[in-house]
Design a protein around this ligand. Structure first.
Ligand code: FE
Ligand code: FE
Ligand code: ZN
Length: 305
């Protein structure tokens, strides 16, 4: 049962969402990417203000660099909010500059340092997700890229961690690794601690990568299941795309303002196989825009049996 497997909220219990499920109504957790500048409690409050039930944030400056020190009191206050609100799992995002399969050794070492540090920091909020872009092979070839990414994962993952690390599906711009399900699975296959690994599906990215989630959503999910296994799918980045299917561009659009469109996005939100997952908006929006999109997604969810 998809719900039992994935639908646990941060209170550690089967939350109030269960009633909706029992009433035969679909549910998922909706939220958006938030600024982490003011700390955890501020993010929790901001999520609630916008109507969110989960959220995402950068563990450090998206361009890399040193992470801000975590204050245990701040995290404590956040965890209380999350519990009280029955937030779904939160989805931290690694900096864009982190490239596990860079050609230069110092860049790979930096990736190792940031990844290790981020995983330590994630344990302040146990049991959540750490999402990263697998990397860009910068001309070394996909095979080398996959090898280097798996090597890094085998160095940084450890049995005691409660965090699940998510590989994000990529649009395939430049030399990005992870532009199809096969590449992601090739990485996973080489990881020893497979139970610590999951996948985050970005709707804009898979569309740009050539997966037709508008006309063939069921088939795409079947393909995901066949190649990776749906039990590994832990989170969704819910974005429209400015560009056509297979464009390999990676330009996010607001829901309904891109080439994927509202109807297809609604089918994704309400898809039986995706219930219980955190859905994160990474659309070009200000606070008001995010609150409006969260409300739209909730109306899609509520409108369906
Ligand atoms: Fe991302
Ligand atoms: Fe994304
Ligand atoms: Zn993107």
């Amino acid at each position: 049962d998809v719900y039992k497997r994935q639908g646990r909220c941060m209170s550690g219990t089967e939350c109030g969402m269960l009633e909706k499920k029992q009433e035969g109504r679909f549910f998922m957790y909706i939220g958006n990417h938030l600024s982490s500048a003011k700390g955890y409690e501020a993010m929790g409050k901001q999520a609630v203000r916008l109507g969110g039930e989960t959220f995402a944030f950068f563990t450090r400056n998206p361009r890399g660099g040193k992470a801000k020190e975590i204050k245990p009191e701040d995290v404590e206050k956040f965890l209380e909010i999350a519990k009280e609100q029955h937030f779904g799992k939160i989805v931290a995002h690694a900096p864009y500059t982190m490239n596990a399969c860079a050609a230069k050794e110092d860049i790979r070492e930096l990736a190792h340092t940031m990844f290790t540090d981020d995983l330590k920091r994630m344990e302040y909020t146990p049991g959540n997700y750490y999402n990263f872009h697998p990397g860009s092979h910068v001309g070394q070839g996909t095979e080398t890229g996959i090898t280097l990414i798996a090597e890094l994962l085998n160095q940084v993952l450890h049995p005691e961690q409660t965090t699940t690390v998510l590989l994000e599906t990529m649009a395939g711009k430049g030399s990005e690794v992870g532009r199809n399900f096969e590449e992601l699975q090739a990485i996973i296959e080489r990881v020893d601690l497979k139970e610590k690994i999951g996948v985050c599906l970005d709707t804009c990215h898979v569309w740009d990568a050539g997966y037709d989630i508008v006309e063939h959503l069921d088939e795409v999910l079947k393909e995901f299941d066949r190649i990776i296994g749906l039990e590994r799918l832990k989170a969704i980045h819910l974005n429209d795309s400015m560009n056509p299917l297979g464009s390999h561009k990676d330009r996010h659009a607001r829901l309904g303002e891109g080439q994927i469109g509202s109807e297809a996005l609604q089918r994704i939100v309400c898809h039986e196989k995706l219930q219980g997952l955190p859905f994160i908006l990474e659309t070009p929006n200000d606070d008001e825009g995010y609150a409006a999109e969260i409300a739209i997604v909730k109306s899609w969810r509520e409108g369906l049996k």
